[in-house]
Design a protein. Sequence first.
Lengths: 504, 191
Amino acid sequence: MKPLKTTIEKKPILGWLLFFATLLVVFVLGLLASSIMERRAEASFVNVPKVKLSEFEPRNEVWGENFPREFQSYYQTADTSFQSKYNGNAMIDMLEVDPELVVLWAGYGFSKDYNQGRGHYYAVEDVRKTLRTGAPANENEGPMPSTCWTCKSPDVPRVMQEEGVAEFYKGKWARLGSEIVNPIGCADCHDPKTMNLRVTRPALVEAFENMGKDVSKASHQEMRSLVCAQCHVEYYFDKTKVEGAQYLTFPWHNGMTVEGAEEYYDAINFSDWTHALSKAPMLKAQHPGYEIYMQGIHAERGVSCADCHMPYKSEGGQKFTDHHIQSPLNNVANSCQVCHREETATLLKNVFDRQDKVIENRDKLEELLVRTHLEAQKAWELGASEEEMKDVLMGIRHAQWRWDYAAASHGGSFHAPLETSRIISTGITIAQETRIHLSRILASKGFNEELPYPDISTKAKAQEFIGLDMATLNEEKEEFLETVVPEWLKKAQEREDSWDVVRN
Amino acid sequence: MIRNLHPPKIWRIPVIIVLGIFAGLFALSIYLSKAHSYLSDDPKTCVNCHIMAPQYATWNHSSHREVTNCNSCHVPHDSFFNTYYFKAKDGLRHATVFTLRNEPQVIFIKEEGAGVVHQNCVRCHENQLMDAQHSSYVANYEAHRTDRKCWECHREVPHGRVNSLSSTPYARVPLPESPVPDWIKELNNND
């Protein structure tokens, strides 16, 4: 073979051919390289979130731009059309349903107003509307401390970050009225960078520390309940921990049981209020939903809150967690029937059976407690001494604590029917023991007959019976909602308008 | 021989430059396409093309992630030669489809690939499938136990049922990051 150069020297056209062939190869190779580059660049735009979320972004709508499915399903918590046999997402005036409650809570805010809660969407609105938060005209007025906001909004972690935790718990409820405006939502449970579940409320972290546990070691499945346990638990405000602060604390030091919490409260001599009729140092149980749930069979089998209340759903071929947090009874197919193969009607009956049976005894205990309060009141009237009444008052405290623990643990009669029945039955025993004791005291004062049961057949009658001026309370509230709240909202709007939303 | 291919003296410089460009572009293509990674078994390689993200995400959420990588199931393991022959053949087909933007919105496995996957199911799960005692007295035992595709029944193993390109929008998948090194990005950063 001749050297290439001699060939080309002879036929220059071959040289040109070689030149253009090389040119073509380099050109095509360049195209390939740029195509690979383009397709690789696509990867950096795959599913890029629209908004860069800041660490404490409280606005659910801003998160919603990145996660439309989750946000839109969350937004359905605004629905109020579902009522099950006892609960649901509509607002129910529980004092109307059960006027005995007014007497049980005489002297305490709950006797003014107590409703079955609506969805998370209404968290902030409903806490403004309830008569229990009163009608503060300025930030230093009102019956409630700022701590009452703790569970209402993703603005809370933001303000806690700005002010410090103990500072947050200082002052009146009205102090933070313009700060807390977004209802419970994304930032309460999610890390904005990774979307991992996170605990944002210090009270849960501290409660775990008090039990010698570390909440940051929780598994993902445990977190699917623990984010709920930030709020759906029994708590109280510790006024001794930090000067001037009403420090939100869970009474889990002796374990997460009704007796554990009772023992804790007794040891520190804590009471929420003194009963207006019986003068007993009362405890108010606040929705110990998580504690009761942990005693039930579903918890024992490792089922989390989200498994039933936020089951997976599929939309357009995409599987995601349904953020419409609601009663599983409104969505049996996606919740119960994932594990249980029975008909919907059968499953509903199984739930209602448990609820009916537990409530039968709960109502009995309720009536006993009304009688006990009135008999204690009678004993005071007849001149009983503090010493004589000591055991009676403790009996009333413990019996009503158990009733409340069962009643306030919404869903407890299904979450842990056995434990709930046990709590109520010990409550009945204590109440009856106390009444025996009381009847001896009454007899020793010369009163040896049955005290007539008052006519508390309606909320209005019961409230009149304990001496509440409802007209004034309602009027003040109306005024508050018309004058103070719009000011709060205006201030909040100004603040949020000043925040930049960083878009990708 | 090589000497024969040398260009005329006057052309040497341009030819060197052209060959340099040629080699450089080739190297760039290798770098951009992460061609070296295709020699490994790492599942990250398969999401070099972002359209495989749902497959990666569903595998990564399945129990199979503990014991398999993509190649364990999608490449035959009957002989060393066959393993790399199939891998090269299938890989080049994928690369071509991706480069030409010919990918479908919903990716289905081809007949040949399905056969490979099925063989691999049997390869690991043989003890669950076959029982020596039965095989000695049941007619056509082996055929009856293995002639259906496993996923006729086990339909969600391991990728789930629906796998369109957009079925796992928020999954965290190790897609290739920008090939531009940080120092160049910083040069571009005018503020």
